[in-house]
Design a binder for this molecule. Structure first.
Ligand SMILES: NC(=O)c1ccc[n+]([C@@H]2O[C@H](COP(=O)([O-])OP(=O)(O)OC[C@H]3O[C@@H](n4cnc5c(N)ncnc54)[C@H](O)[C@@H]3O)[C@@H](O)[C@H]2O)c1
Length: 308
């Protein structure tokens, strides 16, 4: 790799990826509009260039693609709930933004693009475990947008010889997610503020939680592996965890085994059960997650940055 551009590089996944690529000797540039991430996550990394620009505005991003051989495209609005409240903004950020990024990649002769897709929200309510052969039937605008972006990645690889790889992430957790409002952060703050855990539905709804260190290793493998091209792969932990079970893991990490739980009505757009089979990523990339949920949550609790 000559030079890697990470869009959304000051966000949760982006900052962990930039740190890993930087530690492994890659030359890295970040493009981010700073709407969600934190510059402080990456500011200690010397020689990582940061370009502040918005992917909805092609002109302001053009210079950031100069001299770039590989792109990891992470910039997006990642909330299912927000995409239902304001589907147009989600479309403009995620779909039009990705369309602009792909065009800039073609224009700048980028060799390879790794796109951040999603497993659960894109496939919808299917019998888990899901895999690359599962039929996508998204039930939220966010999931529909990611499916649309996967289609553009494939079309651009065939129409313009742009090598694209779409990685469908499971639910990611770990350090530098302090600005996010996912369930694990909500549970942590509930313990700290002595408020009950709020669970939408009866607690049986499930997800597949992957530690960010495992995820960014998978992204790096996809970036470096020249035999993987124009493909879709699930990066997941492969373990189904219900919300009730997750609450138990957080209770135990926080040393509060009796922390109260309040159950509310299930929310529209959220899939009921989801976990993914990562066999294909293991076969083609040698990807294998190594951090157990119990270990990852304990580590996050012990080192949580409450100030961020
Ligand atoms: N975190 C997860 O569990 C998860 C799961 C599946 C897929 N994903 C996908 O992975 C990617 C990264 O997610 P994350 O959790 O790191 O989110 P994040 O919100 O922490 O990071 C996204 C970054 O993109 C930037 N950004 C947003 N809109 C932008 C725009 N228009 N122009 C430039 N920059 C913009 C934000 O400022 C932020 O730094 C997203 O595409 C998301 O949909 C995440």
């Amino acid at each position: 790799m000559d030079k890697v551009l990470v869009t959304g590089g000051s966000g949760f996944v982006g900052s962990n990826l930039v740190k890993r690529l930087h530690e492994n000797g890659a030359s890295v540039r970040v493009l981010d509009n700073m709407s969600r991430g934190r510059l402080s996550y990456i500011s200690s990394l010397s020689d990582v260039e940061v370009v502040e620009a918005d992917i909805r505005d092609t002109e302001s991003c053009r210079d950031a693609f100069s001299g770039i051989s590989h792109v990891v495209h992470l910039a997006a609005y990642g909330s299912v709930v927000e995409s239902i409240v304001d589907p147009r903004t989600n479309f403009e950020m995620n779909v039009l933004g990705t369309f602009n990024v792909l065009n800039l990649c073609v224009e700048s002769n980028v060799e390879k693009v790794v796109f951040s897709s999603t497993g659960g929200a894109l496939i919808g309510n299917a019998q888990p475990p899901v895999n690359e052969a599962s039929l996508p039937k998204p039930i939220s605008p966010y999931g529909a947008g990611k499916l649309c972006c996967e289609a553009y990645c494939h079309a651009y690889s065939k129409s313009f010889d742009l090598n694209t790889v779409c990685l469908r992430f499971a639910n990611v957790y770990g350090p530098n997610s302090y600005h996010k409002t996912g369930v694990i952060n909500k549970f942590f703050h509930a313990v700290k503020d002595n408020e009950p855990f709020l669970i939408y539905g009866d607690g049986s709804s499930s997800r597949d939680y992957i530690h960010v260190s495992d995820l960014v290793r998978g992204i790096e493998l996809a970036l470096n592996n020249n035999s993987v091209s124009n493909d879709v792969l699930h990066l997941a932990a492969g373990r189904e965890v219900s919300l009730s079970e997750l609450a138990g893991v957080v209770r135990s990490a926080a040393g509060k085994p009796e922390h109260p739980i309040e159950y509310l009505a299930a929310r529209k757009g959220e899939v009921d059960r989801n976990f993914a089979d990562y066999k294909y990523a293991k076969q083609v990339l040698g990807f294998e997650p190594s951090v157990s949920l119990e270990q990852g949550i304990q580590d996050l609790w012990d080192n949580y940055d409450w100030k961020k």
